[in-house]
Design a protein. Structure first.
Length: 95
């Protein structure tokens, strides 16, 4: 496996992870607004989306440093995030 191929694999995996983290952030942020009952659950989702935001920022900055600015294209990321959120929405897991 050549260097260029390895770089492509790492870039693909990194951007998939970035989209997953961003979708997770969006999911937790929305749950934060929608949660009913215990105020503790409201705070839990707030903590989860806040911590995820830090991870997103760190990974995105590393991706830009390694692969260039165009790798974090908002349209590509939004499409991947939408696919992930649809998959979660279509699952039978009630979370």
């Amino acid at each position: 496996m050549g260097y260029d191929h390895k770089k492509e694999v790492v870039q693909f995996a990194s951007l998939e992870l970035l989209a997953f983290l961003r979708a997770l952030h969006w999911f937790h942020w929305t749950a934060h607004w929608q949660v009913t009952g215990s105020y503790g659950n409201h705070l839990l989702f707030e903590k989860m989306y806040s911590q995820t935001q830090e991870e997103i920022d760190q990974l995105a900055e590393k991706c830009v440093a390694y692969f260039g600015v165009s790798c974090v294209n908002e349209h590509d990321q939004a499409k991947k995030m939408s696919e992930i959120l649809k998959w979660v929405d279509d699952s039978d897991d009630p979370l």
